[in-house]
Design a protein around this ligand. Structure first.
Ligand SMILES: Cc1ncc(COP(=O)(O)O)c(C=O)c1O
Ligand SMILES: N[C@@H](CCCC[NH3+])C(=O)O
Length: 415
């Protein structure tokens, strides 16, 4: 159940009225629910009971260290893609041996740091990366644990920008070539093969592409066994979709059960890298109406959040629900485009939404807990929004709003 619900005519985050949060922390402001994050994570681990598993939350979805800490306390692993994310996980109390490192562009310095702290596994995305990792490990006199991220060439049937498992995508190694790359990995003295990794895309509503991908991965595992290469884990990535509008989001338990059924009696550790399915509906972006601008052909509601705070509508034409925090019972209802103060025509969070609002009203953009704050920027020299977390009946500031001074830090004039 969503942690955001109407009570006495006002939208609440659990038992805390959003108007109170805006009063205390200002707007725009991201609001997350601890209980919801925990519930979504636990759905994975409960469905995996009796099966060796590691659920590695994808840090890119929401990397606030308080969010990471809530999940670390539940024993979560983490999927990272940079040393920045690595340091966040460590600062949040995440265990190094539960970290997997994905991404096509790992630098030598990033590899070195990850080896130093002793991560669980590198998800290697190219042959060149494998060679570099071997050299870095050799210089440190250690063995680097790896999976090869294979690209199974299945259509995830999602937005083309967030599909990753097709031959044309930059991610992973063509599954046909994988046996050869594993053969090479097995011959490298400073590489230790642990698993196979596969992530086919994000926001999947139909789970059949996951099962198709698993089938191909299982065939690969058999080929590897015939080459005397043993695999101890299968990492099936993230990608489970959520409800933004009227999608019927897949149930986590059903998805895991289908995967387990296909896996049968095979003795491997199952790993997942969910991001959105844990964090998206744990958060809203709270924003206030600055001006109403009623033109002849179009009405605009100019709000204090902008594309720099939430870029998904501009980048993917994503539809995200927009709710009035204190819906008006009387007044004029009109259709508006909800636009921010940034100087771009693409600066909108919602288009053609019918709402009864006045200047000063508070709104909440739903499903903003994933790929919201983490994709935000300082464009137009706008400080990034505050982040708060509701925990029971309390609300805590977990990241202060950026000030103009924060924004100029590190910049210097010429002598
Ligand atoms: C390698 C990898 N793992 C995990 C994820 C998390 O995906 P999602 O947020 O859709 O669960 C992504 C993002 O698509 C990814 O690229
Ligand atoms: N940022 C994307 C998802 C990309 C997933 C990362 N590979 C979104 O908001 O939908």
């Amino acid at each position: 159940m969503s942690p955001f619900h109407y009570l006495h005519g006002e939208l609440h985050a659990e038992s805390v009225p959003l108007s109170k949060i805006a009063e205390e922390f200002g707007s725009p402001c991201y609001v997350y629910s601890r209980a919801y994050l925990e519930q979504r994570f636990t759905e994975y681990t409960e469905a995996l009971e009796g099966q060796d598993h590691l659920v590695c939350y994808a840090v890119k979805a929401n990397s606030n260290i308080a969010v990471l800490n809530v999940l670390a306390r539940l024993g979560a692993g983490f999927d990272i893609v940079s040393s920045g994310e690595l340091e966040r996980v460590l600062a949040a109390g995440g265990k190094p041996d539960r970290i997997v490192f994905s991404g096509v562009g790992k630098t030598a310095a990033e590899m070195q740091r990850a080896l130093e702290v002793g991560i669980h596994c590198f998800n290697v995305e190219s042959e060149a990366e494998l060679e570099r990792l071997n050299s870095v490990a050799e210089a440190m006199n250690v063995k680097a644990p790896i999976s090869i991220r294979v690209n199974p060439d299945v259509d995830a049937k999602t937005h083309p920008y967030i599909s990753t498992g097709l031959r044309d995508n930059k991610f992973g190694i063509d599954i046909e070539r994988a046996p050869e790359v594993y053969r090479r990995a097995a011959s490298l003295p400073n590489i230790k093969i642990k698993g196979v990794d596969c992530h086919i895309g994000s926001q999947l509503i139909d789970t059949s592409p996951f099962l198709d991908a698993l089938e191909r991965v299982l065939k690969l595992v058999e080929v590897l066994a015939s080459m005397n290469i043993t695999i101890s884990h299968l990492d099936l990535g993230g990608g489970l979709g959520v409800r933004y509008r009227d999608e019927t989001a897949p149930d986590t338990g059903d998805y895991i059960r289908a995967i387990r059924a296909k896996l049968g009696e095979r003795k491997v550790t199952l790993m997942f890298e969910p991001g959105r399915s844990i964090a998206a509906n744990a958060g809203v972006l709270l924003t206030r109406v600055e001006y109403l601008k009623l033109n002849e052909h179009k009405n605009f509601a100019i709000i204090d959040a902008a594309m720099n705070d939430m870029i998904r509508p501009a980048l993917y034409s994503a539809w995200m629900d927009l709710m009035a925090v204190q819906p008006r019972e009387d007044g004029v209802s009109r259709s508006y485009d909800f636009v921010g103060p940034v100087c771009e025509t693409g600066d909108f969070l919602a288009k053609d939404r019918e709402l009864c609002i006045e200047e000063g009203d508070l709104l909440a953009l739903a499903s903003s807990g994933a790929y919201g704050f983490t994709m935000s920027s300082n464009y137009n020299s706008r400080g990034r929004a505050a982040e708060v977390m509701v925990d029971g009946d309390k609300c805590h500031l977990i990241r202060a709003r950026e000030t103009v001074t924060d924004l100029m830090r590190g910049e210097t004039l010429l002598p």
